[in-house]
Every structure is written in structure tokens, then in C-alpha cells.
Design a protein around this ligand. Sequence first.
Ligand SMILES: O=P(O)(O)O[C@H]1O[C@H](CO)[C@@H](O)[C@H]1O
Ligand SMILES: O=c1cc[nH]c(=O)[nH]1
Length: 350
Amino acid sequence: MFHFLQPKNKTNVLGRETKSVYQNSMKTSLLRKELKIMAPILLNVGNESTDCLEHGLVHVKNPHLDFMEEDILYHFNLGTKTHNLPAMFGDIKFVCVGGSANRMKAFAQFIFKELELKGDCNDIDDICAGTDRYSMYKAGPVLSISHGMGVPSISIMMHELIKLLHHARCRDVTLIRIGTSGGVGLEPGTVVITDTAVDSFFQPQFEQVVLGKVIVRSTQLDENLAQELLQCGKEIPNLPTVLGNTMCTHDFYEGQGRLDGALCSFSTEDKLEYLRKAHKAGVRNIEMESTVFAAMCRVCGLKAAVICVTLLDRFKGDQISTPHELLLEYQQRPQYLVSHFIKKHLGLHN
Ligand SMILES: O=P(O)(O)O[C@H]1O[C@H](CO)[C@@H](O)[C@H]1O
Ligand SMILES: O=c1cc[nH]c(=O)[nH]1
């Protein structure tokens, strides 16, 4: 059954009032006018209800699924008839996702060792080896999955992941995106825990085109989880960690105001003015997946967080010229933080 609730205003962890999706749509069109951008016609359907969720279970919001004899998770090369999903995944409590397949394999091996699981971490196989779209590794109660770059890629992965967790009857699952980003006024290497994921107009919403109409979903993340992760960051020496808004764009170059793409129609001053506006709106980093990730988790009753390390300060440049070794070290920072968090939850800390 579908429920559409009127969205209510809420107060976020920084004490700021967050607006309803409708108010945000109004603000978005004003901002679009200010930025001289053609606005699409927004159809506000409200938020799908996150009420009435059976405790801890993963909820799909699609009545058609009940009538399907089999569900093929095509891009994972998994299915409800071909695989015993509850046996394979029923014990999953943490899902970590990130863009690169190598990073997510390295994370699976790292967390395997951190959790002192039995066996050799080098023996963990890619569960999605039958397809080269995504990679998936399981280390005890932790699932590590790559999602590629950008909203369409992570969105497809999230549909199949949420269905997978639902079919596997997983309970009390926490999802965390561990990624890289461009910093806005931060030292490179800073770990940003997302307070609110915002779009290119600095609004906490994700727009999805469905049957030719724009559906707007809230991108509110779990405030307690973000605070808990911030605390974990403070407990790890030499891990600069901040809480801030994360802007999600649909492009790495023009979409993030870079001057070094194949196309660029704006000046250095235009770029800096946009970044200053973003900073004023609380944006501390820019990446390409957080809004749809947050929106989908929210609708399906999943606790979610986004933790991205910054690779550069976008006020100071566009090119990522940091040496490869240092970039690898930066990429590990969100992993250390998540490992600390998972170990705490599993009671594995001294
Ligand atoms: O490091 P990952 O997780 O890939 O995330 C960031 O890096 C990619 C761009 O280089 C985008 O996907 C962006 O969101
Ligand atoms: O500037 C950056 C760096 C990493 N990822 C992004 O999306 N942007």
C-alpha cells in the first residue's frame, strides 16, 4: 500500500530547521532564477511514508514485487530462485559502498582482518563475479559493494541492494557510503561526515524523473548516526573529521564548477562565487552520489551515512595533483572510521 504524507519541517543536528520538500522546491526555483537556470516543472508528490515500518526490516516500496514469482537482480547476477539469499546474506548488519571496485575489495580485506574473522582475507571472492557492473564482497556481517560513478550508476545498485536485503530478510542494517570528494574550504585529507546531502541548488532533496514527471524526495540522513560517526572520528588520532553538508552533482567537471574540463562557459570569478554560495549554505564537500543514496535509504527505512575524504580544496584548484600514494592513504581514512564504528557496535573494542 502507498502512503504519501505531507512533509513536516524538522530540526537537524546543527539546530537548523530543515524545510519541507515543497518549500525547498519553491526555494530551488528562486535559486534557479538567481543562477539564471531554466527550471523544470516540479511535481511535488510529498514524501513516501517512512512510518509503519516493521521494526528493523528492510522495506521495499513496490507492490508489484509481491506478485513476481522470481526476482532477478540482474546487475548483481543474483536471483531469488537461483540463490538462497537469506542463507547468503541474512546475517548482514553493515553495508559499505563506494565508487571503485578495487577500493571496496581492499575495504573488505581490511575489515576482515579488523574483525579477526577466521580464514585468509585474500580468499574473499567477488560475489558479483558473473557480471562486471559491480563488485561485492562479504566479510562476516559486513557487505562491501562498488557502485561506479554518479547517480544513475549508484541508483541501479541501490535498487538491487535494497531488494537483496529485503529478500534476505536482513534486520537492523546500517548503510555507509565511503567515498572521495572535493573539499570546500577544507584541508585535503579531511574526512567529512555528511550532515545533509544537498543538490546543486543546495537543497536537501533528490529529483527523479518518473513517467515524465519530476518526483522530489527528501535526502535527510540519520542524525544520531552522523553524530556517532563524528565521535568515532574524534577517537582516532590524526583523523581530521568534520560534519558538514555534502553537495551531490551530476558531473565532475562543469557540474562541480571546474575550469579544467573539455567544456567550460564560466569565469574563475563565477566559479569562486558559486563555491562561496555553497560554503555559506553549509556545503563542505562535493561528490556525485549522496543525494540518491540518502533518499532511497530514507524511503526504505534504512539507517544511512555518507563519509567522504576530501582530495583537494576546490577554492585552491581543480586538478587532483596529489601524489598517488597520498591519495591511497586519504581513501583509507573513511575506512578507518567505519572500522572503528563497526567494531564498537560489535563490542570488539578494548
Ligand atoms: O570516490 P567515489 O566513491 O568514487 O566518489 C567520488 O569520486 C568520483 C569522481 O572522481 C565520484 O563518483 C564521486 O562521488
Ligand atoms: O573534486 C572531487 C574529488 C572527488 N570526487 C568528486 O566528485 N569531486
